[in-house]
Design a protein around this ligand. Structure first.
Ligand code: TXA
Ligand code: MG
Length: 319
C-alpha cells in the first residue's frame, strides 16, 4: 500500500530523489518520475511492466519549460497549444538531448503536454525538471481515474500517490503529430476532435496496426478488462450466459432482463462527457465482480468524447 495524500512537498521530495509518485491529471492518473533522469524512467517501465518500445508522455509546467527540451515547435502546434493548454492534448515534438532516449523509446520525437489539474500543476511548477508519466496502470489494463485505483494495482511498488480526486475527463489525452506539417491524430482522447478541426481545418486520423504502431496506445488490445467485453451491436449470442453472469455498461436506461447490481450507468441523461468520466471505473468495477463473466457495452453516440469512448470500447473488445 502506498500513502495517499494531497501533499505536494512529499511528492516533490520523492521525485527529487528519483522516486516515483502517482499523480492526478484531468484525464487519468499518471505514474510520474523525473523525465531527465534515466534511473527514474527505467523504474517507470519496470513498475508498469511496460515494454521498452512504448514511449512515455512528458508533462511540463508550461510552454517555456517545453522549449528547453525540444528542437522546434511548428507554428500550427504552437497556436494550438496556446489555446488548449493546460489540457487533455499531447503533442509530438522533435526532442533535444535533454530528454533521454529511454523516454521516447529511441524515437526523435517526444510526446508532451501541460495537464490541467491544480495539484499537479503546482507540483510541476515546484520542480526544475518535467515529469515522464504514463497512465498509472499495469501495461494493457484499464487506466486509473481515482487514487485508490492506482493503489490497488501499483501501491506495493510506489511510496506515494497524490490524491486529486476523481479525474474530470476520464479518458486519456488526444495525441497529435505535426510531422511533415500534416496535423495527424494518433490517439482519440480527452480533447474532442471537433475543436481541433475548428482550429486546424482538416486533420488526418491515423489507422494503426498493432505490429508497427506510431502510438502503441493504439494497440488493439489496450485498455482491456480481464473479462470478455462485447459491444451491444455484437450481443446476438448471449444464450450461453445466465442473466446474473452478464454485466452492462449502460448508456440511457438499465436493461430490464439483467440484475440491477450488474449494471453500471455511465450516463442516464445521454451525456457523453459524463459517460467518459465514469467509463474506466465502471469497467473496473464490473471486472472485479466475480460472478460476472461477460460485459456488454451499450452504444454511445460517436460525437465529442463519444469518439474516444468508442475507441476504448472497441480496443477493450478486441480478442
Ligand atoms: O492523458 C494521458 O495522456 C495520460 C496522463 C497520465 O497524462 N497518459 C497516458 O500515457 O495515457 P500512456 O503512456 O498510457 O500513453 C501514452 C501513449 C502511448 O500509447 C505511447 O505509445 C504514445 O503515447 N507515445 C508516447 N510518445 C510517443 C512518440 N514519441 N511517438 C508516438 N507515440 C508516442
Ligand atoms: Mg496507458
Amino acid at each position: 500500500m502506498a500513502d495517499i495524500g494531497e501533499d505536494i512537498v512529499i511528492a516533490k521530495q520523492l521525485l527529487d530523489s528519483n522516486g516515483l509518485v502517482g499523480i492526478p491529471t484531468e484525464t487519468v492518473y499518471g505514474l510520474a518520475g523525473n523525465a531527465f533522469n534515466e534511473d527514474a524512467v527505467l523504474e517507470i517501465f519496470k513498475v508498469k511492466q511496460r515494454p521498452s518500445f512504448d514511449p512515455l508522455i512528458v508533462h511540463a509546467a508550461g510552454l517555456d519549460q517545453i522549449k528547453s527540451f525540444v528542437k522546434e515547435i511548428p507554428e500550427q502546434a504552437e497556436l494550438l497549444v496556446k489555446e488548449l493548454w493546460p489540457g487533455p492534448l499531447t503533442v509530438l515534438l522533435k526532442k533535444n538531448s535533454e530528454i533521454p532516449d529511454l523516454v521516447t523509446s529511441g524515437l526523435d520525437t517526444v510526446a508532451v503536454r501541460v495537464p490541467r489539474h491544480p495539484l499537479t500543476l503546482s507540483l510541476l511548477n515546484s520542480l526544475d525538471y518535467p515529469l515522464a508519466a504514463p497512465s498509472a496502470n499495469p501495461f494493457g489494463y484499464i487506466s486509473p481515474t481515482k487514487a485508490i485505483h492506482v493503489d490497488q494495482q501499483l501501491g506495493d511498488s510506489i511510496n506515494y500517490i497524490l490524491d486529486g480526486g476523481d479525474c474530470h475527463i476520464g479518458v486519456e489525452s488526444t495525441i497529435i503529430s505535426f510531422e511533415n506539417d500534416i496535423p495527424t491524430i494518433l490517439r482519440l482522447g480527452g480533447q474532442p476532435i471537433e475543436r481541433l478541426k475548428e482550429m486546424l481545418g482538416e486533420v488526418k486520423i491515423n489507422k494503426h496496426s498493432s505490429s508497427q504502431p506510431d502510438a502503441p496506445g493504439m494497440m488493439k488490445s489496450h485498455y482491456a478488462p480481464s473479462k470478455k467485453l462485447i459491444l451491444s451491436s455484437q450481443s446476438g449470442s448471449l444464450k450461453e450466459y445466465l442473466a446474473e453472469e452478464i454485466g452492462v455498461l449502460v448508456f440511457g436506461q438499465i436493461h430490464p432482463e439483467i440484475p440491477k447490481f450488474n449494471q453500471y450507468v455511465l450516463s442516464d441523461i445521454g451525456s457523453v462527457d459524463e459517460a467518459a468520466k465514469n467509463l474506466f471505473s465502471a469497467m473496473r468495477e464490473l471486472d472485479q465482480k466475480s460472478h460476472i463473466r461477460i460485459i456488454i457495452a451499450d452504444a454511445i453516440p460517436n460525437t465529442g468524447l463519444g469518439k474516444a469512448i468508442n475507441d476504448r470500447l472497441k480496443r477493450a473488445s478486441a480478442e
